[in-house]
Design a binder for this molecule. Structure first.
Ligand SMILES: [Zn+2]
Ligand SMILES: [Zn+2]
Length: 390
C-alpha cells in the first residue's frame, strides 16, 4: 500500500492557507455559500463529478477510480458559529459576530486536501471516493437534511469516515474507539399549569413555581436511580421561566432541557422516567404538566471493523503509542444520521498545543487549534482511503 506522508507534507502550506481563508470568512448554518463555492470549484477542477445544493449548500464530489471497488464516503462539515472571535490571530474572522469556533474551517481544508491527493491516484484506485461537504452541523441537523435529499444514493457508500479536530487532546494524538462515541440528544419543553392568584392567599391558587422546583429536584433522580452506574446519561434543565411580580402566584411556568444517552434501552428508560417524574410530581403538587420531548440526533456509534482500518492508518502516521481509545462525549453530532445508514468511524484528531496557548474549548471566543493537526489528519484520512481503495 502506498503511503501519503510526503504528498500530505507537500500540501502543508495550501492546507493552512485554505483553513485560514475559511477561518476569515465564517458562514452560519445553511448559509455556507462562499465556502461551498470554493469547494465546488476545487472539486470540478480536479475532475470530480459534483452535486451541489443538497440541503441548500451541501456538496458531494465523486471520484470513480480506474477499477471497480467499494464506495468510501468522507464527511466534512462547513458551518461556523454566532460567536465574536477574541483570538487576536492575524487570520481572525473578518465577519462581526461570526466565528469558526469549532474547527470546521479545518475540516473543509482537510476535504480540499484529500480531494487533491485522491485525484492524483485516480487511475490506480479500485473503487469510488465520495467527498461530502455538509452544512449546518451546529444544531441545524444538516446531515439529516442531506440524507433526506438523497446524499447516500448514487453512489451508495459502503463505508463512512469523519473526523473532528479535538482540542481536548494534544496535537499528534488521535483517539478512535469502537461503539458509541457521541450521545443521542433530545430536547424537552414543559409547561407546568397551576392556577394564578395573590401571593398572600396561596390557598386560592395552585403554585406552579413550587411544582417546578420539585420537578427540577425530582429529575435529579432519573439518572442516579434508574441508569446502570456503568452506563451513562444526562438530564439537564436549561431554562425555567415563570412569574412577573413579587406578590403574584403565576398561572404557569415554562421549562426546557436536554437529555443525552448512548444505549437505546437506556434512552427508553430515561425518557420514560422523565415523563413519569414530571407528570407525577406536578400532579402531586396539584398542578398539571404538559411535556414534549423532541429527538435531535441519534448516537454516533462506530463500526468495529472500520475502526480497525482507521486505527492502523492513525498508528502508521502518529505512532501506536499516540493512538488512544475511549474518548467519548455527551455532546452530539449529526454525522450520526449518515452512520445510522452506513457503517463508519468518527475519530478525534488531537489539536491542542498548551505551549502555544491553544487550549480554549470548542465554541469559546478564544478557540484556535494547532494547524499541524491538519497535516496529520490529512495523512490519516488518505491512508484510510488507501486501505479501501488502493
Ligand atoms: Zn461545534
Ligand atoms: Zn464541531
Amino acid at each position: 500500500m502506498p503511503h501519503f506522508r510526503t504528498e500530505a507534507e507537500r500540501l502543508r502550506d495550501r492546507l493552512i492557507a485554505w483553513r485560514r481563508d475559511f477561518h476569515m470568512h465564517p458562514e452560519l448554518a445553511f448559509e455556507e455559500q462562499r465556502t461551498a463555492g470554493i469547494v465546488v470549484e476545487h472539486l470540478e477542477r480536479l475532475g470530480y463529478r459534483v452535486r451541489r445544493g443538497i440541503a441548500k449548500t451541501g456538496v458531494i464530489g465523486v471520484l470513480e477510480g480506474g477499477r471497480p471497488g467499494p464506495v468510501v464516503m468522507f464527511r466534512f462539515d462547513m458551518d461556523g458559529l454566532p460567536v465574536t472571535e477574541e483570538t487576536g490571530a492575524e487570520y481572525a474572522s473578518r465577519v462581526p459576530g461570526r466565528m469558526h469556533a469549532c474547527g470546521h474551517d479545518g475540516h473543509v481544508a482537510l476535504g480540499m486536501g484529500l480531494a487533491e491527493l485522491l485525484a492524483a491516484r485516480r487511475e490506480e484506485m479500485a473503487g469510488t471516493a465520495a467527498l461530502l461537504f455538509q452544512p449546518a452541523e451546529e444544531g441545524g441537523n444538516g446531515a439529516e437534511v442531506m440524507v433526506q435529499e438523497g446524499a447516500l444514493e448514487n453512489p451508495r457508500p459502503d463505508v463512512f469516515l469523519a473526523t473532528h479536530v479535538w482540542i481536548e487532546k494534544p496535537v499528534g494524538t488521535v483517539d478512535v474507539s469502537p461503539g458509541p462515541v457521541m450521545a443521542a440528544a433530545e430536547k424537552w419543553t414543559c409547561t407546568i399549569h397551576g392556577q394564578g392568584g395573590h401571593g398572600a392567599l396561596p390557598q386560592q391558587a395552585v403554585d406552579p413555581i413550587v411544582a417546578a422546583a420539585y420537578v427540577v429536584t425530582g429529575l435529579q433522580t432519573v439518572v442516579s436511580r434508574n441508569v446502570n452506574p456503568l452506563d451513562t446519561a444526562v438530564v439537564s434543565v436549561g431554562s425555567i421561566h415563570g412569574g412577573d411580580a413579587f406578590n403574584v402566584i403565576p398561572p404557569e411556568v415554562q421549562m426546557t432541557g436536554t437529555i443525552r444517552t448512548y444505549q437505546p434501552a437506556t434512552r427508553e428508560t430515561v425518557l420514560q422516567r422523565v415523563r413519569e417524574v414530571i407528570d407525577g410530581v406536578a400532579t402531586a403538587c396539584g398542578a398539571h404538566a404538559e411535556l414534549e420531548i423532541t429527538p435531535l440526533t441519534p448516537p454516533v456509534i462506530n463500526d468495529p471493523e472500520v475502526v480497525e482500518v482507521v486505527r492502523r492508518a492513525a498508528e502508521a502516521v502518529v505512532g501506536p503509542e499516540q493512538v488512544g481509545s475511549g474518548e467519548r462525549t455527551m455532546g452530539s453530532e449529526d454525522a450520526a444520521f449518515f452512520m445510522e445508514e452506513v457503517p463508519g468511524c468518527y475519530f478525534f484528531l488531537g489539536a491542542a498545543n498548551a505551549e502555544r496557548g491553544l487550549t480554549a474549548p470548542h465554541h469559546n471566543p478564544r478557540f484556535d487549534f494547532d494547524e499541524e493537526s491538519l497535516v496529520l489528519g490529512l495523512t490519516i484520512l488518505a491512508e484510510a482511503a488507501g486501505a479501501y481503495l488502493l
